[in-house]
Design a protein around this ligand. Structure first.
Ligand code: NAI
Length: 719
């Protein structure tokens, strides 16, 4: 796990050999410890260079080992030995020096980085802190403010930024290892005392307290309720105020408190879930590893509204030429300007030239005849979409793949009107499509594996986190979110206010509560869907009372808001009131308070005080309950897929792991008990009725989430 060579007669070259990123597994730790001992003990060796195989220095700890307490050789002792040694040790950084990998580099006396290398301490993103001296050495090297920024955010920096900050001594476009060897020969003669970072005097700004207070407030605002960044601040504070050995002790105590926390478990689960989600499998055995996607060069986007614009930008950004189609000249022109503006801003931010030459705008569907794929983003109206898909079958060449960005309509019904049902699937982007990372790929029963593979690979190329799901109303994300928003609406009827519900959800960790989020998205989006499914509007069964639809409890309050023109931020009012149409500062609206009171009086509902606990349980347990049904129905293959959808598409707090992981953390038995309790109190809400899968898992002793798959009998996977 670490190779030892003697080069140039007097240099020990230690190469970490643990592909793909030379993670510091216990075998690697043992390897380096042995090789360092050998180098320091060999009188022939005058200096040491540490590098990594495959042009990657070291990606940090081996996260798979986090499941158990750290065993084997301690990195802290190893790094102290390297630093205290009397021979210069040079880190030759190629590729990455992240986490423990960068801490290893910090223990060396010099750091030479390749110009394309990335460096950083991302432990905080896994709910931890850099506990092998990173919080103590980095501030001594680059100062407290810069170290706080890097350690509390986990951001990586480029070699150029690292050089500016003083994290590395030199950068090179040549081979960093070769360069480090040359450097080492010259370093032999130089004194080492000023190169031992742990012995350096901390460059302390005068207003230390104010600095730490400001950073703490900033962190609390950005990552409400998240423990790790706060622990990082405390560790850096220890570096600023205590001698090195005492600071190290504090670092280790803080790490111990994080290591076994539920937040660290959740964040590490998210890390693996994200990787698992891209590995799709269909019941036929076709999967990510054995189906070749098509190479996509030319795409058409139909409809240049909110979604079409973002989709066009996402495609052009990765070099795909785009033909965008609209129905009217004015709409086409507006869309064109928006797309060009978005691409230009994006290119400026990334320091590249905007690829405007890839764009073409047209009013004629005929112009899409030669594209490789079409992504449809017209209004959420089944008859309109069917008409369009029929036309597309006639216009497009036989090999063109057809995708719909519908939020929840039947993908197979659209496939059915084409001449190529196997070449139709869903690509469900999230708004704004050029920003949001999630892409749900909807596999219709007739979608071919190549159609799915192409959507997944194209999504990945656009930088999306892609999850393959089955075809049912709302797919995974929107199917589940309906149960969550329904509960929030019922809670308003029963006595809560929008700000109370949002407050509880934001306290839980959501960046925005459900009502604030609806105002941002636009209340008309859901209204149109409810009209389409006969829940409101002329298709409602006249025998249904206002708060019952299709046999179940229904809250007409969101429809009442839309009827009054309260569509959310864009109209200046929705669940909240805003300073102007398009404003973003949500204020509680006394008119909503009045509307709710009037509603309760009209339907003889006695309002009650509802605890935050009930608000959270009703909204989130029902969400997980629907997640179990989604698994039961074979619409998602594994709980990780659902959690990834919620993390990247719905702002579920990452330190809670996602709705399924959260249910697992709470305890499935407790979730079942509470759902039974609430269903008993509200028998007309079927979503509160515990799902079969939840009951089954509890009956099997509530196995950990990684084992649920074994219990999910997907008799008929819809993927
Ligand atoms: P939008 O109303 O902003 O834009 C739709 C555009 O399609 C309009 O500009 C319209 O002129 C155009 N259009 C209508 N018929 C057309 C035709 N035959 N040919 C060419 N263009 C046509 O709607 P939005 O929000 O962009 O939604 C589009 C689709 O994306 C819908 O199916 C929606 O459910 C889905 N979606 C919407 C999300 C959102 O947050 N807005 C999120 C995810 C999916």
């Amino acid at each position: 796990m670490a190779r030892y060579e003697l080069v140039k007669g007097s240099l020990a070259l230690i190469t970490l050999t643990n592909p793909p990123v030379n993670a510091l597994s216990s075998a690697v730790r043992y390897g380096i410890t042995e090789k360092i001992k050998r180098a320091l003990g060999d009188p022939k060796v005058k200096a040491v260079v540490i590098c990594g195989e495959n042009e990657r220095f070291c990606g940090g700890a081996d996260i798979r080992e986090f499941a158990a307490p750290m065993r084997g050789h301690s990195l802290v002792m190893l790094f102290d030995d390297i630093e205290a040694g009397e021979k210069p040790v040079i880190a030759a950084i190629e590729g990455v020096a992240l986490g423990g990998g960068f801490e290893l580099a910090l223990a060396c006396h010099y750091r030479i980085a390749h110009s394309k290398a990335r460096l950083g301490l991302p432990e905080v993103t896994l709910g931890l802190l850099p506990a092998a001296g990173g919080t103590q050495r980095l501030p001594r090297l680059i100062g407290i403010p810069a170290a706080l920024e890097l350690i509390t955010t986990g951001h990586h920096v480029s070699a150029q930024e690292a050089l500016k900050l003083g994290m590395v001594d030199q950068i090179t476009d040549e081979n960093a290892c070769k360069m480090a060897v040359e450097f080492a020969l010259r370093a032999v003669a130089k004194p080492l005392s000023s190169r031992r970072i742990s012995t350096l005097t901390m460059p302390c700004p005068p207003n230390l307290d104010a600095l730490f207070e400001a950073v703490t407030m900033q962190v609390q605002k950005k990552a409400r309720g998240v423990m790790a960044p706060l622990a990082c601040i405390q560790a850096v504070r220890a570096a600023a105020t205590l001698p090195y050995s005492k600071g190290m002790k504090r670092e280790s105590e803080l790490m111990a408190s994080l290591f076994s926390s539920s937040q660290a478990r959740a964040l590490q689960y998210c890390f693996f879930a994200q990787r698992t989600a891209g590995k799709w499998t269909l019941p036929s055995g076709a999967q990510w590893s054995n189906i070749k996607p098509r190479d996509i060069r030319r795409a058409a986007v139909i409809g240049l509204g909110t979604m079409g614009r973002g989709i066009a930008v996402s495609l052009a950004r990765v070099g795909i030429s785009v033909i965008a189609v609209e129905t009217e000249k004015k709409l086409l022109e507006t869309g064109r300007q928006m797309v060009i503006g978005m691409l230009e801003r994006d290119a400026k931010r990334r320091g590249v030239t905007a690829s405007l030459y890839l764009l073409q705008f047209t009013l004629s569907l005929q112009d899409v005849k030669d594209v490789d794929i079409v992504i449809e983003a017209v209004f959420e109206d089944m008859s309109l979409k069917k008409r369009l898909f029929r036309d597309l079958s006639k216009v497009c060449r036989p090999s063109t793949l057809l995708y719909t960005n519908t939020s929840g309509l039947d993908v197979d019904a659209l496939a059915g009107v084409t001449d190529r049902p196997h070449m139709v699937a869903g690509m469900h982007f999230f708004s704004p499509a050029h920003v949001m990372k999630l892409l749900e790929v909807i596999c219709g029963p007739r979608s071919s594996s190549e159609t799915i593979a192409t959507a997944m690979s194209l999504g990945k190329r656009m930088g999306k986190v892609c999850v393959a799901v089955g075809n049912c109303p709302g797919f995974v994300g929107n199917r589940m979110v309906k149960t969550y928003t329904d509960q929030a609406n019922f809670l308003l009827e029963e006595g809560a206010t929008p700000e109370q519900v949002d407050g509880a959800l934001e306290e839980f960790g959501f960046a925005m509560g459900v009502f604030r989020m609806s105002d941002l998205a636009g209340l008309d989006v859901g209204w149109r869907i409810r009209k389409e499914s006969g829940l409101t509007g002329p298709d409602v069964d006249p025998k249904d009372p206002p708060h019952r639809r299709q046999g179940h409890r229904y809250s007409p309050i969101p429809d009442m808001l839309c009827e009054q023109g309260r569509m959310g931020q864009k109209t200046g009012c929705g669940w909240y009131v805003y300073e102007k149409p398009g404003g973003t500062e949500a204020k509680p609206d006394p008119l909503i308070q009045k509307l709710l009171e009037g509603y309760r009086v009209r339907y003889s509902i006695q309002p009650r005080k509802i605890s935050s606990q009930e608000l959270i349980e009703r909204c989130l347990y029902v969400l997980a309950n629907e997640g179990f049904r989604v698994l039961e129905d074979g619409i998602a293959v594994q709980p990780e897929d659902i959690d990834v959808i919620y993390l990247f598409g719905y702002g579920f707090p990452r330190h809670r792991g996602g709705p399924m992981f959260y249910a697992n953390m709470v305890g499935l038995g407790r979730v079942l008990d509470r759902l039974e309790h609430y269903h008993h109190a509200h028998p007309d809400v079927p979503h509160l009725k515990p799902s079969q899968l939840l009951k089954k898992l509890v009956a099997c002793g509530s196995p950990p989430i990684q084992k649920w798959k074994e219990h999910i009998k997907t008799m008929h996977s819809h993927l």
